[in-house]
Design a binder for this molecule. Structure first.
Ligand code: EPU
Length: 333
């Protein structure tokens, strides 16, 4: 366990914001966190890989980061395995481990930045798969009293990029471990966009081919945070009533869409933003990425306020043109 004061967060957020925290606590076992809860300064901010945060300034409180880094098979049947993964494991290391061991379920989620704890909070998703599809249990510690609480998948309240940990219970529980259920039998999911074509080009739907196809599609569209600060999708894809979608289709017959729950329609925010002329445009040191309009980037030296100014301008223009209010996927701190 380490506790540091006046700690730089520059390497702890993928936007590359050069901000500081009053304190930083890194814990590697549940007991370490429990032992410190009454002594460390509030408010708390739990971070993983910092790939979904936009710091608006220094953080006056304690940043809490798990470094629990174990991956352990805790159950196995003819059909599947239960794998208990520490919240501090880098998400893509877990995906690579699953692919090497021949377990199906997370290969479409290759190369998503961040750590395992945050995957269960954000319900990360890509190429037709979401974390909720493979999460069995989320094991947590209550920050108010140090008690342990296990949340079943149903108790996590998952929907598109949402969970109970981002809403009703926001900031109240630290994730210690996530138990995933992965399949031993081949279960390729290739329905999304160009994935099937890319997998066939590589010789068919093996775990390794799917992983490498996803990585190559992502690399072609998404900026590497080590080169250009960003937090992946800055906005969520809006989900709108079908009547509103039908009305938009009259003016924009080519508008792309995906079916969502309860007869609602999901529209790609990237398309809406591009149609407003923002793709590749800058506002000071902040820009809309030129290969995927859903991503905002720090061209160098941008502050949280610079990025927010751009986000607000984009939200305003999308609303004026389409009557849709974009919500951010990134959390402002
Ligand atoms: N599109 C445009 N212009 C753009 C971007 C997209 O017209 O600049 C349109 C195209 O029609 C394209 C469609 O949007 O076919 C969908 O684009 P893409 O496949 O790139 O996916 P997305 O809906 O923009 C979502 C996730 C991504 C995830 C991809 C693939 C959200 C907010 N984003 O993006 O997640 O990788 O699907 O599954 O749901 C992330 O969360 O950080 C992230 C990158």
């Amino acid at each position: 366990m380490t506790i540091r004061d006046n700690c730089s967060l520059a390497g702890k957020n993928t936007f590359g914001m050069d901000v500081r925290a009053d304190h930083m606590l890194e814990w590697s076992t549940p007991d370490e966190l429990k032992g410190q809860l009454h002594d460390i300064e509030k408010p708390f901010l739990m971070i993983g890989g910092g790939s979904n945060l936009l710091f608006m300034g220094d953080f006056n409180g304690t940043v809490i980061h798990s470094t629990i880094s174990t991956i352990e098979i805790i159950g196995s049947t003819d059909d599947d395995v239960h794998v208990k993964v520490g919240s501090g494991v880098v998400w893509d290391d877990f995906v690579a481990w699953s692919v090497i061991n021949g377990f199906w379920g997370v290969e479409n989620l290759s190369a998503i930045p961040g750590e395992v704890g945050a995957s269960a909070v954000q319900n990360i998703g890509a190429y037709g798969v979401e974390a909720k599809d493979v999460i069995d249990t989320v094991q947590t510690i209550c920050l108010a009293d140090g008690s342990e609480r296990d949340f079943s998948n149903a108790e996590c309240g998952y929907s598109y990029r949402q969970s109970i940990f981002k809403n009703e219970l926001k900031g109240q529980y630290a994730v210690a471990y996530v138990i995933f259920r992965l399949s031993k039998a081949a279960a390729p999911k290739l329905g999304y966009g160009a994935l099937e074509q890319e997998v066939e080009r590589r010789g068919g739907p093996t775990l390794a081919n799917i992983r490498h196809a996803v990585i190559s599609i992502r690399e072609s569209k998404l900026p590497d945070p080590k080169v250009l600060g960003n937090a992946g999708s800055f906005f969520m894809n809006p989900v709108i009533p079908s009547a509103q979608f039908d009305a938009l289709k009259v003016s924009w017959p080519e508008i792309p869409s995906y079916p969502a729950n309860d007869g609602m329609i999901k529209v790609p925010a990237g398309w809406l933003i591009e149609k407003c002329g923002w793709k590749g445009r800058s506002l000071g040191p902040a820009a809309v990425y030129d290969r995927q309009a859903l991503v905002l980037v720090n061209k160098g030296g941008a502050t949280g306020a610079d990025i927010k100014r751009l986000a607000d301008a984009v939200i305003q223009d999308v609303y004026s043109r389409f009557g849709i209010t974009l919500s951010t996927e990134v959390n402002y701190i």
